[in-house]
Design a protein. Structure first.
Length: 243
């Protein structure tokens, strides 16, 4: 009787010192590393129907399988999927993860991503995170895409090639720039690490990033990888911005 009481008591004591909080709004919840019911309801999780390639969500059931953007010009990746829309409700989840030291948040994110990208993960030979420039890495101390990639890979039992892509150009912050400038800005920013050239040949790659906006970054990475004879590139992100 006493024994069974000790364990929950210890957990309770820990929760008193470090109570579980919603990783979005900070309200009190029952378990660590989760979001509260209200935030969960507010977040716009992306589901079908959506563009077969880029995952752009369609407002209603339609015969169309591609969005206008993909009809106009198909990206170099064959499929991109995201967990939720990047909007007011989800922005705190992204910014706290990206710019603060809230890396403990990655556990639920990786879980959600593994679910949203289950099919792509099943298919992938390797996972590659979209790299950040070494200079930015020094400032931020970690690459959020790399952390997500490691978390997702652990759940799905896949291997991550952390250094297979190199960011050789220090690009300006893409936020606030229009589509055309984003594509121009990111052009030539990446290269395949020569050490990985033979490993990547004919493989199926799943690229991981935190947010996809115009798809310019993912498209540039996919273009470089396809040039390096990668068979297929798919993309999995936590959030997607509707531009
Ligand atoms: Zn909340
Ligand atoms: Zn599309």
């Amino acid at each position: 009787m006493l024994k069974t009481k000790i364990k929950p008591a210890a957990v309770k004591l820990l929760d008193l010192i470090y109570p579980p909080r919603c990783i979005s709004c900070g309200s009190s919840i029952t378990e660590h590393g989760n979001i509260c019911g209200k935030c969960w309801d507010d977040i716009n999780f992306i589901s079908d129907p959506q563009c077969r390639i880029c995952g752009f969500p369609f407002e209603m059931e339609t015969e169309a399988t591609l969005c206008a953007g993909c009809i106009q010009e198909e990206p170099h990746f064959s499929k991109a999927r995201a967990v939720f829309l990047y909007d007011d409700a989800s922005s705190k989840l992204i910014t706290s993860f990206k710019y603060n030291d809230r890396i403990e948040n990655r556990a639920p994110y990786a879980r959600w991503m593994a679910r949203a990208g289950a099919e792509m993960l099943h298919d992938a030979d390797y996972i590659i995170p979209v790299p950040i420039h070494f200079g930015k890495l020094l400032l931020r101390k970690y690459n959020q895409a790399g952390l997500l990639a490691l978390g997702v890979a652990k759940i799905a039992g896949r291997k991550v090639l952390v250094n297979a892509l190199i960011r050789k150009k220090y690009t300006k912050k893409q936020a606030g720039l229009n589509r055309k400038i984003r594509f121009k800005n990111i052009s030539g920013a990446f290269k395949v690490n020569p050490k990985y050239a033979s490993i990547l040949k004919d493989k199926k790659i799943l690229l991981i990033d935190d947010v996809i906006t115009t798809g310019a970054t993912a498209d540039e990475c996919a273009k470089i990888l396809r040039k390096a004879k990668v068979a297929k590139v798919e993309v999995l992100t936590l959030a997607k911005t509707l531009y």
